[in-house]
Write a protein that binds this ligand. Structure first.
Ligand code: GMT
Length: 380
């Protein structure tokens, strides 16, 4: 059976979640999976005989002013490629993973195919950095296959990095067993949310790009007219400024700062409307998680979001910064329960029909076979 190496950022974040769930589902299908990461991926919470974990060890030799993580990663990748006889090394997030993988491929004795998945800010932020631009383009061109999580990300990559490489779209997916609406009504009481209060939720890493200020301002408009609470999940540099904004808008008793949480599906299970009003978002994995847990999303018309939400059918898409429109859509949803339920139903169908894990995993497996086949063809 094919042996696949996976490298990703092991901490909280959509790309790490996708990479880890992919590895788990590949192992369930009988593939041997080797995670090569700086620490145990936080979603790697299972024991499976076909899942292995190889930690990248950093050498703190005193001469190094900055320990060279990217080279340590390449060295570990090369070691695992040879020792475990990997067929494919699938890296998530171009910087530095694709570059390290290419170096590892050169170092290793065994032939291995590199598959790179672009997730978003590796292109939409780092791709604009003149120092990194050529290196990311090199990582893309030198990979054996490249995928991106939305059509929009493919277009932006080609335009921004001027690469000619064929980049295929493989959408994100969720673990459907986990992201399902559960009966968690007791949690509402625990969080002091009244049964007739509507629950808004925002989940992110609290960086500026997420525009959480717009989330709070949208909620402020709604809360002035309807009974509602806002749950903020996550942590990051924007936490304190958002805390100050909530105080200045006198919303302290209506906004709950939960910090980082593990059981996201439990929190989604007590929520009604999900707000994601980011400035950039190549996909917006949290939107899939929301729809799968029967929460209706309202999000901005940026990046890959319109490929995830069918505007006016499974949620609403608003212009960046248009908090008035977001609030009006939220109020419409609150006021019309029958319409709200049809959004929920269509959202569930959309997740099943377009983003089913079964289908997406098959697409990745087909790609692995294709890159391996292409080298066999070249040999003959
Ligand atoms: O850069 C980030 O925001 C983190 C990054 C990640 O590593 O999780 O998120 C990106 O990848 C996710 C998984 O493919 C996408 O769902 C997010 O939309 C994307 N973030 C941005 O484009 C800002």
């Amino acid at each position: 059976m094919m042996k696949i190496g996976i490298t990703c950022y092991p901490t909280v974040g959509g790309s790490g979640i996708i990479a880890t769930e992919l590895g788990k589902m590949l192992a369930e299908r009988g593939y041997e999976v080797h995670f090569i990461t700086s620490s145990l991926p936080f979603r790697l919470d299972c024991v499976h005989p076909d899942i292995y974990y190889h930690e990248v060890e950093i050498n703190h030799y005193p001469v190094f002013q900055h320990p060279p993580y990217d080279l340590a990663l390449a060295a570990k990748m090369a070691q695992v490629i040879d020792r475990e006889e990997l067929d494919v090394l699938h890296v998530h997030y171009a910087m530095p993973h694709a570059i390290s993988a290419i170096l590892a491929r050169d170092i290793a004795d065994k032939d291995v195919k590199i598959v790179t998945t672009l997730h978003g800010t590796d292109i939409t932020v780092l791709g604009y950095d003149q120092t990194f631009k050529r290196m990311i383009a090199y990582g893309i061109e030198q990979s054996d296959a490249v995928t991106a999580v939305s059509n929009q990300l493919v277009e932006q990559t080609k335009e921004q990095l001027e690469v000619v490489k064929d980049i295929s779209v493989i959408y994100n997916f969720i673990n459907e067993e986990e992201y399902v609406r559960k009966d968690r009504e007791f949690l509402k009481a625990n969080y002091n949310i009244a049964p007739d209060e509507k629950v808004f939720i925002h989940i992110s890493n609290f960086r500026k790009v997420k525009r959480i200020e717009d989330v709070v301002r949208t909620f402020a408009i709604v809360a002035g007219q309807r009974k509602a609470k806002l749950i903020l999940v996550g942590d990051g540099p924007e936490t304190q400024p958002i805390f100050n904004l909530v105080e200045s808008l006198e919303l302290t008793d209506k906004v709950l700062f939960l910090g980082r949480q593990k059981n996201i599906s439990d929190l989604l299970s007590i929520s009604d409307i999900k707000l994601l009003l980011s400035q950039k978002e190549s996909f917006g994995l949290v939107l899939l998680e929301a729809m799968s847990c029967e929460v209706v999303p309202i999000a901005t018309n940026v990046g890959g979001i319109p490929e995830v939400i069918k505007d006016g059918e499974t949620g609403y898409v608003v212009d960046l910064g248009d908090v008035e429109a977001a609030a009006q859509y939220a109020i419409q949803l609150i006021d019309d329960e029958i319409s709200y339920q049809s959004f929920v139903k269509r959202g569930l169908e959309r997740v099943q029909n377009h983003f089913s894990s079964d289908e997406i995993i098959s697409q990745y497996i087909d790609l692995y076979h294709k890159v391996i086949r292409s080298s066999d063809d070249n040999d003959t």
